[in-house]
Ligand binder design. Structure first.
Ligand code: HEC
Length: 167
């Protein structure tokens, strides 16, 4: 009888421990099924691994960014119209600055591994091309996109839905 109770106690303890472990695993996996870090979920996957310190919009960066955009991005992106890719007017509002730079610098991984990138690829079907910008050039394009958003609000330009089934 005593031995029986002894085994039951062991069984009980083992059960509690194993349940505890399961719960722990469950909680660890639950908030982030994609396996990305919280930073990557918000800021994308790529060479930009820290938050940027952004100040006021810098007109010199904007000018360089606009030139790059016209030469390397306009083939697929319009500002206020859906094209091969999404309209770029309000990208700077929709995504974090770091996310935008990682998308420009690392579109392959972004559309394969990031849940937002995957959704975008599923919507636009064509994969965004890596235009081989340097980090500095991507930063200049980001500045241009920041200005586009600011101007959009000043001029009351209506945002274009990025998903077709969205109003
Ligand atoms: C060959 C066409 C093509 C070129 C060139 C291109 N893009 Fe894209 N871009 C896309 C497509 C398509 C998507 C949507 C995701 C996908 O399908 O890969 C996209 C997505 C994006 C996104 C993410 C938008 C969001 O809301 O998530 C940003 C930012 C972006 N592009 C910026 C740029 C910039 C800046 C350039 C120029 C350096 C550029 N793209 C060049 C086709 C292109």
């Amino acid at each position: 009888m005593k031995i029986c109770r002894y085994f039951l106690t062991i069984l009980y303890v083992a059960l509690i421990i194993s349940c505890g472990n399961n719960n722990q695993n469950y909680e660890q996996k639950q908030p982030n099924p994609s396996g990305l870090s919280d930073f990557e979920l918000e800021n994308g996957i790529g060479p930009v691994k820290e938050k940027l310190a952004l100040g006021e919009i810098d007109p010199i960066l904007v000018q360089k960014g606009e030139e790059i955009f016209k030469a390397k991005c306009a083939a697929c992106h319009k500002l206020d119209e859906r094209f091969v890719g999404p309209a770029q007017r309000y990208t700077a509002e929709r995504r974090s600055p770091e996310y935008i730079m990682n998308m420009i610098l690392n579109p392959e991984e972004m559309t394969q591994k990031h849940p937002t990138g995957q959704k975008m690829l599923a919507e636009y079907l064509a994969p965004m091309t890596n235009m081989n910008l340097t980090k500095d050039e991507a930063r200049q394009v980001l500045e241009y996109l920041r200005l586009l958003t600011k101007e959009g609000h000043e001029k009351n330009i209506t945002p274009i839905p990025i998903f077709r089934n969205q109003n």
